[in-house]
Design a protein around this ligand. Sequence first.
Ligand SMILES: O[C@H]1[C@H](O)[C@@H](O)[C@H](O)[C@@H](O)[C@H]1O
Length: 645
Amino acid sequence: MSFVRCFYNLSHLRCSSCCYMSAVVKDGYELHIMDQVTGSARRVEDERRLIRARATAAQSVGSSHSQDGSSRFVYVLSFFSALGGFLFGYDTGVVSGAMLLLKKEMNLSAFWQELLVSSTVGAAALSALAGGCLNGLYGRRKCIMLASFIFTVGGIVLSVAPNKTVLLFGRLIVGLGIGVASMTVPVYIAEVSPPQLRGQLVTINTLFITGGQFIASVVDGAFSYMGHNGWRYMLGLSVVPAVLQFLGFFFFLPESPRWLLQKGDTQQAREVLTQIRATENVNEEYDGIKSIIEEEEKEAGGGPVLCRILACAPARRALIVGCGLQMFQQLSGINTVMYYSATILQMAGVRDDKTAIWLSAATAFTNFLFTLVGVWLVERVGRRKLTLGSIVGTGVSLSVLAVGFLLSAQTSPPVTLHPSDPTSPNSTCTHYGFCEQCMLDPNCGFCYYENGSTISGSSCEPVDPANTEQAASGRCSNGTQEDPSALWAYNYCPTSYSWVVLLGLILYLAFFAPGMGPMPWTVNSEIYPLWARSTGNACSAGVNWIFNVLVSLTFLHVAEYLTYYGAFFLYTGLAVLGFLFLLGCLPETKGLMLEDIETLFSRRLCTCGALGGEHTHYIRPHLDLGKLHYGTLEPEEGIAYISLQ
Ligand SMILES: O[C@H]1[C@H](O)[C@@H](O)[C@H](O)[C@@H](O)[C@H]1O
């Protein structure tokens, strides 16, 4: 007989009410509990019987899910909720195409363009944080309805905006909707899903995010031909899915049964569970959830939820893992890669703007397609392996991108002409000797002729501040039409190594999209106990948005100081750090009841990762202030042991 030492001792349990004992039981083993009181082991037969009974009950809940959980209603429900993800993707993605038209029509300065993009992300960060309280107080359903209402108002304001101030106001409103939706939807889907479908259904939300980004780029492409007012359609179209979602939730989609139970609305909770599972046979699941929620409530104590999370070791560890996942998602540079995909494609030889827009749509489609692979894999290989595999591949692709940029920089064409610019005679642009230095200066662009792969007649010239697609004056300014054969490169240099960069881009999306894209959202929706779920998700979503703004706003500056390849090597380094963190800290949550997942965080942080295993069941014999929940042991000092036979 071998013993596994439990993760608590009873004296510790008395001071920290949120602790409990957890046990890892390998297939084919029987579970016994031994209570070793100051050295002398004692076998507890009753505990053994009761714990076995609970293990069987948990398994039967799992198997009843597999029949009932396949009810179509849960898919309908996930679809309507994931429209929130679609809007998140659409509204963050559509702005780049809209900006091309807006900056000309409203004469927007670079500052205003940046403001219109980052205001939305900033507002999303704030509202995601505030969403925690709203979720706890009013429930998931009302929060999703609130978000779709905000999206609708924002879409209308944007489509009728008479000036840039109203546009900014509209973008802020939309950002508020994105923040609330981004933290509520995964939680809602996780709470209504049966365990064996949960990963897939929550990952569908990220599929909708990337789908929204793809549709946004198609809409951008289509309306870019329209010219005048095209941006109104681009920004306004989001009203359609927003209204659809609002109506769906208003008329027939229910509140999360777990939230209802937490609020004490037991009858409604049972009805909703029956409706979602499409069977009357929900007693086991209902009782299981109810008893654990009651225990959790008792364990959780009073005071602000964030303080309670920080005071309770398992919840605190879950929060660190959740926020870390979201932080490393953004630090691996997804939004920089997506945003600069057009530039990367231009480097690869695509000169025409319209073609570049459509090729950006192809990039967004690749992101979407590989997220679909994630949906397929998540319940097959589990969250942990998927995330780790993904971050390794992401790191490798980032270094391929970096090497591509490095080779391009090393073979950067020289500047052969140094014309002085009459409009800005003191411009630094004319002093640069190579294209690489010229393109890293946001005020300059590279003007040249191309004959096959030979570059000639090249100069570095000031960019037109109102339109970066042309020089302020001279051969490459459209206004003078002086020399139609002259080519203008802003933000990139012509290079014969563009294929390496292109390869890096494709590899990046193929690795990032199935794992690091969706898993931070999926895992966060699962790892917190109910009492901490809203706040935990609010914090981690807030971290995601904060790092999103940070990475996007700093990229150009980082590139200016470290060059492009330096920036991508930096991201590679961050991906390596992320890998080490996740390797140690990310447990496997696949197939577990939401209520059992907290047990994975009962060990010291960064030993949780070691617990993942496909044939391992986690069983949680509940303890109530030093007394084994099933009733036979009195509180005693000591360490409990679980024996495996
Ligand atoms: O999971 C999503 C997804 O990967 C998106 O493509 C990205 O733009 C978001 O920032 C991220 O949170």
